[in-house]
Design a binder for this molecule. Structure first.
Ligand code: AMP
Ligand code: MG
Length: 485
C-alpha cells in the first residue's frame, strides 16, 4: 500500500489481451485540483491530505501512477443509436482496481487523460465544464440512492481543449464497481473466441454476481441477474425524472450502475416525451422510452451469451428470449413498488396501477413539475400549481386518500415513507448551469460547493434546501445537452 492509501490490483489486465491495451501516460502541463470528494476518498481508504499534495494531484492528472498500477485502456464495442460500432476507451485510462479497507474492489479510471489506441479521431481530452457536470450529477444520483459510478476528483490540466471554442481542459477520476459494459461482451462476442467470451463472463460473475457461480447454468443466471439490476435501475431513473440521454449499449453496465453522464438531465415539467440531448433528434432515448430501450439493450447482451448458455443454439436462443421477455413484468414490479412508496402506500392493491397511471396523465395535462408534485404530496401542501386547482385532480386526490385508508399504517408513517422517497432537491438544470458558469468562467467554486452540499442530502427537506426547489424562470428555449464533450 502507498502512503496515500492506494492499494491496487489489476485483475482486468489478467483477462485475454484482446480486451485492453497497455498505455503510456500522456502528462499534462500544470495540473490543479479543483474538487476532491473527501468522503469518497476516505471510504476508499485514501488519505485526503496526501491526495491534495503535488504527488496526489499528479495521479489524478495522469502524470504519474501509484505503485501497483498498470494503466490500460479497455476495448469495447456498442450499439450507438441502434448501429453497431467498435469503440473502446478513447479518452480514459484505467489506473487500477482499488481494494478498500473493507475488501471491496473499485475501478479507478481517469477520463480525459489523453489519446489511446481507441481514440479514432478524438483528442483524448475533456473540457472542464462537462467534467464538473459529471461530478455534480453522479454525486447527486448517489445521494438520491441510485446505483452509479462516482467522482473522486476533478483536476484542471492547464492546457486548452479545442471544441467549438477553446475551453479549459480537465480530467475526472471516476470510481466504478467496474467498467464492464454490455459493449464489452459485444466486443468479445464479435472479435474473440468462445474461450475469451467465457473468460469475460466468468470474470463478470466473479466480480459482481459470485452468488451464482455454482448455479447449474451460470451464464443464464448472469443474464437473469443483469436483467434484474437493469430493470431496478431504470425504474429508479423513472421515479426521479432522470433522463440518461445516450443509452447506447456501451453505456449499460454489467454491475447495474448508471454510467456516462454526457447529455443526461432531470426533467422539470412532467412530459414522457422529454428529450434534452442535441443529437437525439428522433427521441430514441426520451423519458418514456428508457424502459423499452433497456430491454432492447439487454437483448443485445443476451445475444452475446448464446454460445455459453447452451450447446444447442436454438435451445440457447429460446432460453435467452424467455429471460428477456420477463423484463416487462420485472420492471413493472420495481416501478410500482417505487411509485407506491412515493405516494405513501405500503401494501398492494389491484387498483394501484390505475391510480398511479391516472396521476401521471393529470401531471402531463396540467404541466406539473415532477419533483415538486411529490414534494407537495409529502407535506400535504397542495398550493400554487395548476394541477392542484383542477377539478379532476380533486377527484383523484380523494381516490388516493381512500386508498391510503386501506392500509394499517398511520398517516405519520405514510408521510415518513413519502419523505424518504420524494427528494426535496434534484440537480435542476438552471442551478447546475449557474454553478458551472461561475466555476468555469470565473474560477468561483463557491456556488458549486453549496449546490453539492444541498444535493448530498436530498431527502432531508431542510429549510436551506427551499431555494433549490424553485423552477427556472420561464424560457422560450428548451434546455439542450451535449454528448461526449
Ligand atoms: P461517450 O459518448 O463519452 O461514451 O464516448 C463514445 C466513444 O467515443 C468512446 O469510445 C469514447 O472513449 C470516445 N470518445 C469520446 N470523446 C473522446 C475524445 N475527446 N477523444 C477520444 N475519444 C473520445
Ligand atoms: Mg460512453
Amino acid at each position: 500500500m502507498t502512503q496515500t492509501g492506494w492499494n491496487f490490483d489489476n485483475s482486468y489486465a489478467r483477462l485475454p489481451n484482446k480486451l485492453f491495451s497497455t498505455i503510456d501516460l500522456s502528462p499534462v502541463q500544470s495540473p490543479e485540483l479543483v474538487i476532491l470528494n473527501e468522503s469518497l476518498a476516505k471510504s476508499l481508504g485514501l488519505d485526503p491530505e496526501v491526495l491534495q499534495s503535488e504527488e496526489g494531484v499528479s495521479v489524478f492528472a495522469g502524470n504519474n501512477t501509484p505503485e501497483g498500477s498498470q494503466p490500460i485502456a479497455q476495448a469495447y464495442a456498442g450499439h450507438q443509436f441502434g448501429h453497431f460500432t467498435m469503440l473502446g476507451d478513447g479518452r480514459a485510462m484505467l489506473v487500477g482496481e482499488q481494494i478498500t479497507p473493507d475488501g471491496e474492489r473499485f475501478d479507478i479510471q481517469l477520463k480525459g487523460s489523453g489519446r489511446t489506441p481507441y481514440s479514432r479521431g478524438g483528442d483524448g481530452r475533456a473540457a472542464l465544464g462537462p467534467m464538473l457536470r459529471e461530478h455534480i450529477i453522479s454525486e447527486a444520483m448517489h445521494a438520491l440512492g441510485i446505483p452509479t459510478t462516482r467522482s473522486l476528483a476533478v483536476v484542471t490540466t492547464g492546457e486548452p481543449v479545442i471544441r467549438e471554442t477553446e475551453l479549459p481542459g480537465a480530467i475526472l477520476t471516476r470510481v466504478a464497481a467496474s467498467h464492464l459494459r454490455v459493449g464489452t461482451f459485444e466486443f468479445i462476442a464479435n472479435w474473440g473466441t468462445e474461450e475469451e467470451l467465457r473468460a469475460l463472463a466468468d470474470y463478470a460473475i466473479e466480480r459482481h454476481y459470485s452468488e451464482i457461480k455454482k448455479d447449474e447454468n451460470r451464464y443464464l443466471s448472469l443474464l437473469q441477474e443483469v436483467i434484474k439490476r437493469q430493470a431496478s435501475l431504470v425504474a429508479k431513473w423513472q421515479q426521479i425524472g432522470f433522463i440518461h440521454g445516450v443509452m447506447n449499449t456501451d453505456n449499460v453496465t454489467i454491475s447495474g450502475e448508471t454510467i456516462d453522464y454526457g447529455p443526461c438531465a432531470f426533467m422539470d415539467t412532467y412530459d414522457p416525451e422529454t428529450v434534452f440531448s442535441s443529437i437525439d433528434v428522433r427521441g430514441r432515448y426520451m423519458y418514456a422510452n428508457q424502459p423499452p430501450i433497456t430491454a432492447w439493450n439487454l437483448a443485445r447482451f443476451a445475444e452475446t451469451l448464446i454460445p455459453l448458455i447452451h450447446d444447442n443454439q436454438e435451445k440457447a436462443i429460446e432460453l435467452a428470449e424467455n429471460e428477456i421477455s420477463r423484463f416487462g413484468d420485472l420492471y413493472r414490479d420495481f416501478w410500482l413498488s417505487g411509485m407506491r412508496a412515493k405516494l405513501g402506500i405500503f401494501n398492494e392493491e389491484p387498483e394501484d396501477e390505475t391510480l398511479i397511471g391516472d396521476l401521471h396523465k393529470l401531471m402531463k395535462e396540467h404541466e406539473a413539475d415532477f419533483t415538486n408534485t411529490f414534494r407537495a404530496f409529502t407535506f400535504d401542501k397542495l398550493e400554487d400549481a395548476n394541477l392542484f386547482k383542477a377539478e379532476e385532480f380533486t377527484q383523484w386526490h380523494k381516490r388516493w386518500q381512500d386508498r391510503l385508508g386501506k392500509q394499517q399504517e398511520s398517516k405519520e408513517e405514510s408521510q415518513q415513507l413519502m419523505q424518504d422517497n420524494n427528494p426535496a432537491v434534484i440537480p435542476r438544470n438552471h442551478r447546475v448551469e449557474e454553478a458551472l458558469e461561475a466555476a468555469v468562467e470565473r474560477g468561483d467554486y463557491s456556488e458549486m460547493e453549496k449546490l453539492l452540499d444541498v444535493l448530498s442530502n436530498p431527502y432531508a427537506h431542510t429549510p436551506d434546501q427551499e431555494e433549490y426547489c424553485t423552477l427556472p424562470p420561464d424560457s422560450d428555449r428548451p434546455y439542450v445537452t451535449y454528448c461526449g464533450t
